[in-house]
Design a protein around this ligand. Sequence first.
Ligand code: ATP
Ligand code: LTN
Length: 326
Amino acid sequence: MTRVLSCIQPTGDVHLGNYLGALAPWVAGQHEHDAFHGIVDLHALTVAEEPGVIGARTVQLAAMLFAVGLDADVATVFVQSHVPEHSQLAWVMECNVSFGELSRMVQFKEKSAKREFVSGGLFTYPALQAADILLYDTDEVPVGDDQRQHVEITRDIALRFNHRFGATFVVPRAVTPRAGARVMDLQDPTAKMSKSADTGAGLIQMLDDAEMIRRKFKRAVTDSETDVRYDPETKPGVSNLLEILGAATGHPPADLVAGYTQYGPLKADAGEAVIELLTPIQARYRDLLADRGELTAMLRRGAERAGEVAAATLERAYTAIGFLRS
Ligand code: ATP
Ligand code: LTN
């Protein structure tokens, strides 16, 4: 089976865009390939937070991943810092990538430009990401455009290492993720729904209650015409509602058009469909968080399984390098 690794940083609350666009396809894919899912808390350390915040977000994100349907017995769901081999291999990666290569990373340039304190970790972030990927003999890494350069540099490091020390790492491929829905902001349907949007009113959080969801859909921005058509170019607001309703009910958005002659009922139905979709997820999320012991045990099992693969790969790399092994 193809080994696939996807990782997510515990840096914010999960929203409907993350779910429909990324997590739902992970859930659907877990039976088709050998899926590894890392909650990359070490990477989250590149964002300045108060002590304890990363841990709290990690446990909440883990609960959300299981609540939306990742199955701990099917996929390997683990926390990056629970598997020390990530930090250990990251050093080896750092010593096999050049300052010049790291300097060319677009994400580093963008993020460092916005910060006063630019840590060494922000600069070497791609080396840690390369360790994440290479530790698991990963065949495929599903990533959006912003992460392609990081998979490219991982391939370059793997090829360089293999050339220098002998065949050690599987050289991974970046693949386009299975198409999930692309969810736009309800207040600005030309921008993607995002945790960094200024207005909370256009963003549906996974934990929003029914009243809040109803209100946000009711106020969703559409346009001054009155006809319902699926046309993301000229009718982004209406098309986004159709997209969300379709993703929530399992229909192609264009098929839903016939059922509507006005915007009001479409907004109401999209809101109700999202409520119906999220209510059971929210209940499972609360149950999971209420039983911390079980949640921790699930993550420990994930880390054990991940750790077995990771330890073997690290040992292979250390042996290839020729470190003194006892
Ligand atoms: P940011 O505000 O920094 O853009 P975000 O919460 O919008 O963050 P990320 O954390 O960058 O999103 O992405 C997590 C995953 O969710 C990625 O796989 C990304 O492609 C997906 N994703 C994020 N927003 C959307 C969206 N509006 N529609 C579909 N997929 C999305
Ligand atoms: N940098 C990625 C998160 C990430 C990742 C990974 C993704 C860290 N390690 C390994 C795929 C494989 C991001 O910011 N989305």
